[in-house]
Design a protein around this ligand. Structure first.
Ligand code: PGA
Length: 254
């Protein structure tokens, strides 16, 4: 059985005060309303990590993620943050390869392979994002496109390393657009991804890996998406900025 996971990606939103309020609301709601096994992950901006880490404390079910990390250990990389720095403030997960990082900061599959290595070597867990742009979906090339992303960034990992990875399928045309992939489109791609994992590492390992869906997940569509056999939770952007909405999405995973 794969434990469902719901992650909130705050992106570049909230002041530290707003972040503190949002995180404490989520921590309290999870404490009061979640009695089943669902993992909740909060990914605030770097500047809020320390404070959110303290707010989470030893709360059951909730852990902390960063939205990005450098592939380098330390040194002259102005503006970058290392795995060691994240660990020191209580981070457990790192979102890697979000489409916004790929598009605006030109992160390539090859660079992401290095970031994966750094994260895994440092003992953190990656949430690795993949997903196709609209023009690829229109040409019905999405399976090949996502397959290439997996091959070029993940396929060098050992079985043991791969066990630590969570994959997030986020079709770019559904991110922040209010346009969600249908439950069937999500299931179809998630099954395809799992098949690729099985081809590379075997069916047993493929069955263990969690594959999240991301792209306009909302309280009213979460339950049906998460009910699909290969959808193991969600990576939530906009709706994770409202504690009530985020909590209702989490409940969709129960
Ligand atoms: P969204 O973002 O939920 O606002 O569409 C999802 C994401 O980018 O992770």
């Amino acid at each position: 059985m794969r434990t469902k996971l719901v992650a909130g990606n705050w992106k570049m939103n909230t002041t530290p005060e707003e972040g503190q309020k949002l995180a404490s609301e989520v921590v309290n709601m999870v404490k009061d309303e979640l009695n089943r096994e669902v993992q909740v992950v909060l990914a605030p901006p770097f500047t809020h990590l320390h404070q959110v880490s303290r707010l989470i404390g030893d709360a059951k079910h909730i852990t902390l993620a960063a939205q990005n990390v450098s592939e380098h250990e330390k040194g002259a990389y102005t503006g970058e943050i290392s795995v060691g720095m994240l660990k020191a403030v209580g981070v457990k997960w790192v979102i890697l390869g979000h489409s916004e990082r790929r598009e605006y900061f030109k992160e390539s599959n090859q660079q992401l392979a290095k970031k994966l290595d750094a994260v895994l070597a440092g003992g953190l867990q990656p949430i690795f994002c993949c997903g196709e742009p609209l023009e690829v979906r229109e040409k019905e090339d999405q399976n090949g496109y996502v397959q290439r992303q997996l091959e070029e960034s993940l396929f060098h990992l050992s079985e043991e390393q791969m066990r630590k990875v969570v994959i997030a399928y986020e079709p770019i045309w559904a991110i922040g657009t209010g346009k969600t992939a249908s439950d069937e489109q999500a299931q179809e791609m998630h099954a395809h991804i799992r098949q690729q994992l099985a081809g590379k590492w075997g069916q047993n390992l493929a069955n263990e890996i969690r594959i999240l869906y991301g792209g306009s997940v909302k309280p009213d569509n979460a339950k049906n998406l998460f009910a699909k056999p290969d959808v193991d939770g969600g990576l939530v952007g906009g709706a994770s900025l409202k504690s009530r909405d985020f909590m209702d999405i989490i409940k969709g995973a129960i």
